[in-house]
Design a protein around this ligand. Structure first.
Ligand SMILES: C[S@@+](CC[C@H](N)C(=O)[O-])C[C@H]1O[C@@H](n2cnc3c(N)ncnc32)[C@H](O)[C@@H]1O
Length: 388
């Protein structure tokens, strides 16, 4: 079967490729979120649960693949929690699932690739692509072009999976990611990809079935997605223009009727209390989901309120319950890094004097409160049907 990937002309324009996140505290953030408290109510599961609820009622078009684009997928936890309902609905019709991921970090690529392989095992009509291409190009994984401001040629690799041990099959990904998925500092001292890289993953037995769905090397493609996931895709303290750069081009790649889930740390919660113990002078410069949407709908050519509507806003809470005996020095240090990372207050923190004092204050807070409660804000956008 030859599935047509093109529904509309490619969105024009290129934007600066930064989310306000840099790489240094990323691993501590994931460690903290993964290990702290009751995972069942953890942030990533809650985000996935909400997306599942929306997708349970999403009108599927059986004449084309179902497209999902995850922007800054991290370790892929949100993605893998988000697809249960939709796979249940695609399976009876044999509709291919096409997952496109933009991820900056070589370490996260290794983890997210394993999650993708598990999804492919569970639903073999899935094809996955991971790239570090710019926001303007990543959604389409346009292998035919060079990427980046200095037009780097795109390095690519295909991983054909068999059933069985995924670790062994993805062993080759490690040296590949190590040599190609690195970052350098640009002239503005921002971390940017050193090379433009993309990989395809699919089950080897499905290659023929997925013809026309798998992004082809050397072929110019424009892919449009049913679902865009941007989960903690930009830091709370990032500039509004940075947030718009992450959301705008991604939202442009929705099919008519397609949904985007844009989730960020809302604050006004224990996370803010903890941050105040680390850097009392901190002010996050947060923007509400409505402000981000308003900026997306007014700043970017080709997107406005007649194209993309803001259909829902949720404020999910998630609680880490931590019995006192589970709060180790490592948990406390990871908690500190997590909020510095999410709040982007690294520079302010460097200027703050008392590290030992702030760690003791965090430990005390976590003990007294037996954990902490955090709040996200999630906006759901929909591309209007009359706009192709
Ligand atoms: C805070 S983590 C969130 C990960 C995941 N979406 C989640 O909710 O768990 C942000 C992720 O975005 C990635 N990232 C940051 N800037 C990026 C960019 N410009 N392009 C692609 N990925 C980026 C980081 O490497 C990191 O994995």
């Amino acid at each position: 079967m030859n599935w047509n990937m093109s529904l509309a002309p490619a969105p024009a324009g290129s934007v600066a490729d930064s989310s306000g996140f840099d790489d240094t505290e990323r691993e501590r953030y994931f460690t903290f979120l993964e290990n702290a408290g009751l995972w069942r109510r953890g942030e990533k599961r809650v985000t996935g649960h909400i997306i599942n609820n929306f997708l349970a009622k999403y009108p599927i078009d059986p004449s084309r693949p179902f497209g999902v684009y995850d922007v800054g997928a991290g370790d892929g936890t949100v993605l893998s929690f988000s697809l249960r309902e939709i796979i249940k609905r695609l399976r009876p019709f044999g509709i291919p699932l096409r997952i496109v991921i933009k991820e900056f970090s070589g370490e996260d690529v290794l983890v997210v690739a394993k999650k993708l392989a598990a999804i492919i095992n569970y639903y073999p009509l899935t094809t996955g692509t991971i790239s570090n291409l710019s926001f303007a190009k990543a959604h389409a994984v346009d292998f035919s072009v060079k990427d980046g401001s200095n037009a780097k040629p795109i390095i690519h690799e295909t991983f054909r999976l068999e059933s069985g041990n995924v670790e062994t099959q993805l062993a080759a990904l490690q040296p590949f990611a190590k040599s190609h998925w690195g970052s350098i500092l640009n002239s503005k001292k921002q971390k940017v990809p050193e090379k433009a890289v993309a990989i395809n993953l699919f089950h080897q037995d499905m290659e023929a079935e997925l013809a026309g769905v798998i992004p082809q090397l050397g072929v110019s493609s424009t892919m449009y997605h049913d679902v865009v996931i941007i989960s903690q895709g930009y830091a709370a303290g990032a500039k509004l223009s940075t947030k718009v750069n992450a959301v705008g081009p991604s939202v442009k790649s929705l099919v008519p009727g397609g949904l985007a889930f844009v989730t960020h740390w809302f604050g006004d919660d224990d996370g803010d209390v903890l941050l105040s113990k680390i850097a009392p002078q901190f002010h996050s410069g947060r923007h509400s989901a409505q402000q981000v949407y308003d900026a997306v709908a007014s700043n970017l050519a080709g997107i406005d309120r007649s194209t993309i509507e803001y259909v829902a806003r949720l404020l999910p809470n998630y609680r880490f319950r931590m019995p006192a005996e589970e709060i180790t020095a490592q948990t406390v240090a990871d908690a500190k890094e997590t909020f510095l990372y999410a709040g982007q207050v690294g520079k302010i923190y460097e200027a703050a004097a008392n590290e030992a004092g702030s760690l003791a204050a965090i430990a005390e807070f976590l003990r007294v409160n037996r954990g902490a409660t955090f709040r996200n804000e999630m906006a759901v956008y929909r591309r209007r049907l009359e706009h192709v």
